[in-house]
Design a protein around this ligand. Structure first.
Ligand SMILES: [Zn+2]
Length: 114
């Protein structure tokens, strides 16, 4: 391989590598967006379940179940929070940067309810 061919090969390798890095970065962004969307959907799902169970309770006002149902929902939100996502209305489903704690989230999970 002469010097010119060697140099051309090197340039080609550099271009390919840059293109690959660009693609890696794109895919990484897509994965991050999907992960956040997934968290948002799980929170939304939990809220809908809460709403549904509230409606069912209103229909047949029974004494038992209420306490356990509420704590189950809070446990689900707490789990999502501990996985590093906001469950509060303010930042809903977005990642908690560096696991920063969030007063809004903590209120949703541990605060007085309604
Ligand atoms: Zn939050």
């Amino acid at each position: 391989m002469d010097k010119k061919a060697l140099y051309d090969t090197f340039i080609q390798l550099e271009n390919d590598t840059n293109a690959t890095l660009g693609r890696i970065s794109e895919v990484k962004n897509e994965v991050e967006a999907l992960v956040e969307e997934n968290a948002t959907l799980r929170i939304e799902n939990q809220h809908l379940r809460d709403r549904l169970s509230d409606l069912e309770k209103q229909k047949e006002i029974s004494k038992d179940g209420i306490g356990t149902e509420m704590s189950k929902s809070r446990l689900n939100l707490e789990k999502i929070y501990e996985e590093g996502f906001h469950v509060c209305n303010v930042f809903y489903g977005s990642r908690r940067v560096n696991d920063e704690s969030c007063a809004f989230c903590l209120d949703v999970i541990y605060g007085e309810r309604r």
